[in-house]
Ligand binder design. Structure first.
Ligand code: HEC
Length: 100
């Protein structure tokens, strides 16, 4: 995390850096969701080909931009204000790259 913070400014557009800064706390650096927060929220394992097959690009973009709510509770906050469309697309491609 310290490393991501230090390199963040120089590599602002790098999807891996964006993921490490904004997403890895829940989804894990390797996308497996094997983190305390990820386990609590029951996130999907992005390394699983079945999970990848079930996710559509449009759904992923929507999830990242608008977040995910369960009833009235926010499970994943929206990143649409913070990230540009290019960033969101780069993150979708990055999430795809976790597939084993
Ligand atoms: C606070 C924890 C948290 C953070 C931070 C977070 N997510 Fe999520 N994410 C979740 C949860 C919870 C779900 C929903 C899991 C479920 O119910 O299937 C989810 C679902 C998703 C999905 C799946 C959508 C689908 O169609 O099923 C994608 C893609 C995703 N997140 C990408 C990201 C990206 C990229 C970031 C960083 C910009 C991020 N997440 C940050 C918790 C988080």
């Amino acid at each position: 995390m310290v490393l991501a913070a230090l390199t963040g400014a120089a590599m602002a557009d790098d999807a891996g850096t964006l993921f490490g800064k904004n997403c890895a706390a829940c989804h894990g650096k390797d996308g497996s969701g094997n983190t305390p927060a990820g386990k609590k929220l029951n996130v999907k394992d992005f390394t699983d080909p079945k999970v990848q097959a079930e996710m559509k690009d449009e759904e992923m973009i929507k999830a990242i931009k608008e977040g995910i709510k369960d009833g009235g509770k926010t499970k994943m906050k929206p990143f649409g204000e913070k990230l540009s469309d290019e960033d969101v697309k780069a993150l979708v491609a990055y999430v795809r790259s976790f597939k084993k």
